[in-house]
Design a protein around this ligand. Sequence first.
Ligand code: MN
Length: 289
Amino acid sequence: MKKIDRILRSQGGHWVGDGFPVRSIFAYDREAQENSPFLLFDYAGPYNFPPALAPRGVGQHPHRGFETVTIAYEGEVAHRDSTGGGGTIRPGDVQWMTAAGGIIHEEFHSPAYTKTGGPFRMVQLWVNLPQKDKMAKAGYQGLTSAEIPVVELANGAGRARIIAGEMDGVRGPARTFSPINLWDVRLDRDATVTLDLPEGHTAMVAVLSGHVTVTDTGDGAGEAEIIRFTREGSRVTLKADGDAMLLVMTGQPLGEPVVGHGPFVMTSAADIRQAFADFQSGRFGAVEA
Ligand code: MN
């Protein structure tokens, strides 16, 4: 059985551009090895945007050395990047962007959502790349809701959408560079579920809404809190107190240095200096007008 290692909480909210009111629950400047291969977890919303004339969001900016995974629950985000990748993600869709050797992108509310406004809720998770893949070619996987398989949990406890990795032999569509599970889990009112999480993986359960109790100890977590479990052991049993919306993340720790500055995460200070030099000299390409 996995035990609770620590409960991670946001230290306060901030805006990313004018489109993403986020609570940053963890970032790579603290406990980067404990959280490996995950680098950052921003919970955007829940929030209600009024209708607007111009799309809110964040303009062109670079990334290098990792992947950004954006999971849309409510609202719509349109993305364009320097590889020519792009698209709109809607509730249930996931954007898995591989920055790797370098990408420039922009993230804005879609024109349709801008016009109507309404509820907004997204997660952006940064997944580190192994050192050998950090300079790989950038890429973009737009995963639609229809492509993401659903597993019904035992005893009618709820359901899990398998974005990456595998549950009960059902595989998620995301291609990853290292072993990762990413499951969108909904627990029905007061349900209890036992999850089998890989021994040796960093394992986290993010509570997006509701509250869950880890039945082993009676400790729990509520909205915008992440339960990080020990790497030893494999099973965790959770009881929902009411309905609960969870994001379950596990990953094989990379065990490599994490040296980052803003949108660049590499394994040495020299690599970070190189990232700034490459970006400033235009080697990340451009988003086509
Ligand atoms: Mn970005």
